[in-house]
Design a protein around this ligand. Structure first.
Ligand SMILES: [Zn+2]
Ligand SMILES: [Zn+2]
Length: 255
């Protein structure tokens, strides 16, 4: 059994074939999928999918690519979405200083507004952090009650940064890029994450693992990521599946 802790099932690649996506996932042992909100609209759609299908849970949040100053009304809408049935996390939220689609100051402000919501809701947080770990660690220091209650999605930092995130009690989620032969840093991290903090994800439709690299990613393929992690750790697919599933259930309080 595997949990894909990060997919975008409301994207056009999937939205017309959800039963097919779920069927192919189940055939590969992927029984549960978290579909992730990136703005208010996609968070609403994610929540709808989660209510429609037993194997889907949702998150609600505003991605740093769409970061802006949130009005009181935006915050109320997001809060209502995040508190809805089968919505199990706030996210993805964070900082993306690689693409820099929004000014960095807006990204930080939008992140802080959502962290305040997470504190209020006592909700686990799914973080999207790219080339911004230093700023992230500075910001997150101001929210001690969130320690232990978050996931570094698609973790792409060094082992040194990983250690700092682990010290904060966060889980590290490994995507399909770990299967790429040149992904040495990511492989080193995947080898060393304590087993009780490790998660797997696709970030579908992006970041397709080998052997489907270059094609559209989908939740079924999280199995290849888990398999690669098992090889890197001299473990078995069964053990990685068992532990990552237990971790996902714990952090998101799902069954
Ligand atoms: Zn992301
Ligand atoms: Zn994502």
């Amino acid at each position: 059994m595997l949990v894909d802790t990060h997919a975008h099932l409301d994207f056009p690649e999937f939205v017309h074939d959800i039963p097919g996506v779920l069927h192919r996932a189940h055939e590969m042992g992927v029984t549960t999928i978290l579909t992730i909100g990136i703005d208010l609209e996609s968070s609403l759609e994610a929540a709808r999918l989660a209510q429609q299908y037993d194997s889907i849970f949702a998150s609600a949040g505003i991605h740093p690519h769409g970061a802006r100053s949130l009005s009181n009304e935006d915050c109320d809408t997001l809060k209502a979405l995040a508190a809805g049935p089968r919505v199990v996390a706030l996210g993805e939220i964070g900082l993306d200083f690689y693409r820099d689609r929004q000014p960095r100051s807006s990204q930080t402000r939008c992140l802080r507004q959502q962290l305040e919501l997470a504190v209020e809701l006592k909700s686990p947080v799914i973080f999207h952090i790219r080339d911004a770990y230093e700023e992230f660690l500075r910001v997150i220091g101001d929210y001690p009650s969130l320690r232990g209650n978050g996931v570094m999605h698609c973790f792409s930092g060094t082992w040194d940064i990983a250690g700092k995130c682990l010290d904060l009690g966060f889980y590290l989620s490994v995507p399909g890029t770990v299967t790429f032969s040149k992904a040495e840093t990511q492989q080193q991290v995947a080898r060393n994450i304590p087993l009780d903090r490790l998660l797997v994800e696709t970030d579908a439709p992006y970041l397709t693992p080998v052997p489907y690299r270059g094609k559209v990613n989908e939740p079924a393929y999280v199995r290849y990521t888990a398999q690669k992690i098992a090889e890197l750790r001299n473990s078995t697919l069964e053990e990685i599946a068992h532990e990552t599933t237990a971790n996902a259930r714990r952090v998101f309080s799902i069954q």
